[in-house]
Design a binder for this molecule. Structure first.
Ligand SMILES: [Zn+2]
Length: 50
């Protein structure tokens, strides 16, 4: 199973808030989620980082 850990980073303050996994064979696009950021204290866009 080629599932890899990916880190989701807040696009506002750049803090790394979430870790998830994804299947690189089925999702080649960079992940992007709306998540709560504890540092911004609001929901922000979180993008995949390495
Ligand atoms: Zn933030």
């Amino acid at each position: 199973m080629p599932r890899d850990n990916v880190v989701l980073q807040c696009t506002d303050c750049k803090s790394r808030n979430y870790v998830t996994t994804k299947n690189k064979k089925t999702s080649k696009e960079r992940l992007e989620f709306k998540k709560f950021c504890g540092r911004c204290r609001k929901h922000t866009d979180h993008k995949e980082t390495k």
